[in-house]
Design a binder for this molecule. Sequence first.
Ligand code: NAP
Ligand code: ZN
Length: 355
Amino acid sequence: MLKSAGYAAVNAEEPLRLWEFERREPGPHDVQIEIEYCGVCHSDLHAARNEWGNTVYPVVPGHEIVGRVTRTGAHVTRFQVGDRVGVGCMVDSCQRCASCAQGLEQYCENGFVGTYNGEEMHTGGLTYGGYSSNIVVTEKFVLRIPDNLDPAAAAPLLCAGITTYSPLRRWKVGRGQKVGVVGLGGLGHMAIKLAHAMGAHVVQFTTSPGKRDDAMRLGADEVVISKDQEQMAKHANSFDFILNTVAAPHNLDAFLTLLKRDGTMTLVGAPAEPHPSPAVFNLIMRRRSLAGSLIGGIAETQEMLDFCGAHGITADIEMIPIQRINEAFDHMLRSDVKYRFVIDMATLKEERRAD
Ligand code: NAP
Ligand code: ZN
């Protein structure tokens, strides 16, 4: 077995702390990666605190992983020792179902294997995520990070980037369209950058007036304080598409009424508690749609990374030592992140050396 160390939650109440564990040795199709950086997604917090009710402890969160290849199995063809690579929210899927055949591994009909809190396909062991020193992943689920991107700032692309890119592509966002982004956090700030790069007119909705200037700098054309009903009313029936990234239950009708005929609002935010359900009339009167979307497939994740490489897009990050992860979670709960925490994994090595 391969020795690993990371920060784990041992139950829903206690802070994350250093934990040593083992991973499988790389098989013929596996790549072993030394983790350099890992982004902190709100899903990590939902999982650490068992907010979705499915956490198996101890859990090592983290699915925005960037690092270097340190070992490759005999049949690995696409990667070599020393390559800079990324791993996102999935590390495996059945590869046989209709969704996998279409490159939509996130919708694998037999259930994809999550990067953490998942069950490994071949060993049946638990998966542990990127708040750790190393990871072993089958080659097919390893991504290439464009050379021109800063590796720490590229880490959040592996979840926040693909989760926003995929629906923007699916609903064909582009020039001439008015697109809303609800919530300016990790996902929201990537959505602004990507929708702007795709040529859309971008309107950022936020509950935090202090984020207005940042939203404009990130590429929004307009900013609306969503608690201000007068500002909201000015945008009634005008949006082609709205991407909702909010991590808490809220009134969806306030946004559905801003869609024009045949417009769609897609939810990517995944609060533990349900939203108050939308009023049916807000959907039927203008044939509006309410949809959802889950991360993106592996091929599309590589496409997104290459798109970001071509446009020089990365996340705006606050780098933290791993010892500050619990503090970072508290900031995230207060909507106070500018705009993604990324863990510098060298700080894990230092802590272990000091032991
Ligand atoms: P985040 O950085 O914490 O950002 C969430 C933003 O939502 C906050 O910054 C805040 O923006 C807004 N918000 C939070 N609480 C709110 C409230 N009570 N009312 C209104 N707005 C509120 O989180 P994230 O990492 O971007 O993740 C967002 C959500 O997406 C999480 O639920 C996460 O689990 C989920 N997620 C889903 C997928 C998927 O595949 N569908 C993938 C990754 C993450 P303002 O300050 O601008 O209002
Ligand atoms: Zn995530």
